[in-house]
Every structure is written in structure tokens, then in C-alpha cells.
Design a protein around this ligand. Structure first.
Ligand code: PLP
Length: 396
């Protein structure tokens, strides 16, 4: 078997595409003007920023005036939660509803709000990794300021019933935010039709550069300023615009959302082959719903192995993968998402996330399916835990 390089960690980040890079390049050298300057070069930069805003808006069914550029998805999440809570606290609304398996950009922000006197309800997920709209409905209170539930999970890829959750919130007049960082470009999103009030997205998950994102805020929702200073982003987020990054985001989202059905078909077929192939190994389980799942996400627990060792051996074989969310991979704590699914600690530790995309090839899948069983066999042969497992313990 020839060694090859396979990037299967697109949920962590993606490669900047050629088209995106080409769209950005002119704004580093020839068109480097400040978008707030009044001369032609500045006006050109401003025009490029506004065109990108229109592209982002169009991709998610919003108006351009409802899009604010940010430095990343985490910033958009922080702004949405802190901004709404700060404003509504003045009206006595100090309750937030979220879920246990959100990204830390939401979870840690909510924990910070708890320190500031907010009460947070962390809704559970079911065994398939889904939040129930009924649970949201039952958790809503007179003093609920915000409901924030992610569109698609970054670890197990499950796609939530967002329109239903939004509708439950609307009935009670509560603002609904969704972290759609993993969903944009993979799932058709129409914020107006789906009743979404606020939505966060990020460029580096869709082949734009790292360090650029956006927050959609429905017209009529008053969101306090994030950064004070200049008048950028309609006075809400000061700071000279990162024109190349914003232009890149515009291009990336246009491409990512322009061909979702074709991409989904192609990627889902490869993903299913990956899942079925790895599940042939004994004592494995797929984490998250099989169908309500991002096309490129494969998350499987493999009993009797350590996720970190698995990643190292895969890396030695040229495969980039993940065993939890990229943000927590520096920690040895088992993933909060897998624990929320009800997995035992040792099972959660032995999980493998492979996230493929439209650039993945059938040959890449063949290669992964050759390497993973080989590596798993090697690790299990060295594992005292595995010996105990084969003597009779079952995987959850
Ligand atoms: N939300 C989700 C669901 C994510 O997967 C990520 C990144 O992994 C983020 C938020 C944070 O986005 P960014 O890296 O742009 O801050």
C-alpha cells in the first residue's frame, strides 16, 4: 500500500480554495485602500466589502443590512449571546436556553453569563444527538432572554430541527440564535423562512481564510455595539475592515452555497462508505443520527483504543483526523458532546472523527479504509483494556 496524504479534518478547518485566494489577492497589493477613505481606492475597497456582504446575505436568505462581519465564528457567538443578554437584562430577562453539546464559544459564554447573574438551562440531547423542540418549549419562561441552539454539531455532525425550534421561540416572542458555523455550505439555510433571528458563521470552515466570520441579526433586533471606536459595520463593530478576508468570505460562501445538493450527494456517498467500512470492525458504534447528519461527518467510537494514539498512528500514515473537537484536542478530558450522548468515558476517549468534503476522493476513502483497521488492530493488540473487552464487556 502506497502512503498518501489524506486531509479528513475539514470540520476543524479547510484549505483556502484557489478561487477564494484569487479573489482576495488584489486587496493585499493593488487595492489595499481603507474602506472608509473617500478616494477611489478606498471606495473600491468599500464596494468589495459591500458586495461580499450581499453574497453572505444571499447565501442564507438575509438582507445585506442584516449582516455584520466579525473576526471569527467565536466572536459572532459571543456577540450574539452577550449583546442580547446585556440588553434584555435591563428588562428583567435573565434566563438563557442552550444545549449541553454546543461549541465552547457558546457554552463558555453562557457560563460567563451565569457568573453575571443569568440562569442558564442546558437542554439534553437524545441518544441520536438531537435537541427536541418540545424540550425548548417546556424550558421557555417569562424571563427568557435568548435561546441559542447550534444548527449542526461540530463533532457528531447532527443537524438540529432548527425551523421547529425557531417557531417555538417565535410563539413566545423569544429571540432565537443559532451557531451555524458547521452548517453553512452543507445545509440549505433561509433565515427568514426558517424564523431564525440571529446566526453565526465562519469563513475557515468553507475554504475561506481563518479569522473572518459574520453575524446575521434580523432587522428590528437591537444588538449593542461589540467594539467602540470607528463607524465600521454600521457603528456596531469598530475596526478597519479586513478587506481581503471579507472578500474571501464572500467568494467562499457563494461557492459553498451555490451547489449544496450536488455536493451533498457526492460527499454523502463517500461518507457512507467510510462509516460502513469502519463499522465492520467489532466493538464500534456510530455517534449521532445516521441521516440527520452533515454530509461529510463520520464519528465512530472504537472500543479498546485511545483516540490520541489512533490520531498519531493515522498521522504517521498521512491521514489528518480528529478525536474530538479541534478546540479541545489539547486536553485529555473526554469530549463533552460524546459524554452528552451517554457514552462511557473510555468509549468517548476512543472516538474518531473523520470530516471529508467535496475535495475528498474515492481513493482517499479506500486508503482510510485500509489504514484504520490496520492501526486499530495494532493498538488493540497492545491494549490491556481490549483484552478485558473481548472477554465480555459490551460497548454502549
Ligand atoms: N461554532 C462551531 C460549531 C464550530 O465548529 C467552531 C469552530 O470549530 C466555532 C463555533 C468557532 O469558529 P471560529 O473558529 O471561526 O472562531
Amino acid at each position: 500500500m502506497d502512503k498518501r496524504f489524506v486531509y479528513a479534518d475539514n470540520a476543524a478547518t479547510t484549505q483556502v480554495s484557489e478561487e477564494v485566494l484569487n479573489a482576495m489577492l488584489p486587496y493585499f497589493r493593488e487595492g489595499y485602500g481603507n474602506a472608509s477613505s473617500i478616494y477611489a481606492m478606498g471606495r473600491e475597497a468599500k464596494k468589495a466589502v459591500e458586495l461580499a456582504r450581499e453574497k453572505v446575505a444571499q447565501a442564507i436568505g438575509a438582507d445585506a443590512s442584516e449582516i455584520y462581519f466579525t473576526s471569527c465564528g467565536s466572536e459572532a457567538d459571543n456577540w450574539a449571546v452577550k449583546g442580547i443578554c446585556e440588553r434584555l437584562a435591563k428588562k428583567g430577562k435573565k434566563h438563557i436556553i442552550t444545549s449541553v453539546f454546543e461549541h465552547h464559544a457558546i457554552l463558555h459564554t453562557c457560563q460567563d453569563m451565569e457568573k453575571k447573574g443569568f440562569e442558564v438551562t442546558y437542554l439534553p440531547i437524545d441518544e441520536n444527538g438531537l435537541v427536541s423542540p418540545e424540550d425548548v418549549k417546556n424550558a421557555l419562561r417569562e424571563d427568557t432572554a435568548l435561546v441559542t441552539i447550534m444548527f449542526a454539531n461540530n463533532e457528531i455532525g447532527t443537524i438540529q430541527p432548527i425551523a421547529e425550534i425557531a417557531s417555538v421561540c417565535k410563539e413566545k416572542g423569544v429571540i432565537f440564535h443559532t451557531d451555524a458555523v458547521q452548517a453553512v455550505g452543507n445545509v440549505e439555510i433561509d433565515v427568514h423562512a426558517m424564523g431564525i433571528d440571529m446566526l453565526s458563521l465562519s469563513g475557515h470552515k468553507i475554504h475561506a481564510q481563518k479569522g473572518v466570520g459574520a453575524l446575521y441579526v434580523r432587522k428590528g433586533i437591537a444588538l449593542p455595539n461589540l467594539l467602540h471606536g470607528g463607524a465600521q459595520e454600521r457603528n456596531k463593530r469598530a475596526g478597519t475592515e479586513n478587506v481581503p478576508a471579507i472578500v474571501g468570505l464572500g467568494k467562499a460562501i457563494e461557492i459553498a452555497c451555490g451547489n449544496i445538493p450536488a455536493k451533498r450527494e457526492k460527499v454523502t456517498a463517500m461518507r457512507n462508505r467510510l462509516i460502513d467500512g469502519i463499522l465492520k470492525l467489532s466493538h464500534t458504534r456510530l455517534n449521532g443520527d445516521r441521516d440527520k447528519r452533515l454530509p461529510g461527518n463520520c464519528n465512530i467510537s472504537i472500543e479498546g483504543i485511545e483516540g490520541e494514539s489512533l490520531l498519531l498512528l493515522l498521522d504517521m500514515n498521512g491521514i489528518c483526523a480528529s478525536s474530538g473537537s479541534a478546540c479541545t484536542s489539547g486536553s485529555l478530558d473526554p469530549s463533552h458532546v460524546l459524554l452528552a450522548l451517554g457514552l462511557k468515558h473510555e468509549v468517548a476517549h476512543g472516538s474518531l472523527r473523520l470530516s471529508i468534503d467535496e475535495n475528498t476522493t474515492d481513493e482517499d476513502i479506500d486508503y482510510i479504509l485500509q489504514v484504520v483497521p490496520m492501526v486499530v488492530e495494532r493498538l488493540r493488540a497492545m491494549s490491556p483494556l481490549w483484552e478485558r473487552i473481548v472477554k465480555g464487556q459490551e460497548i454502549r
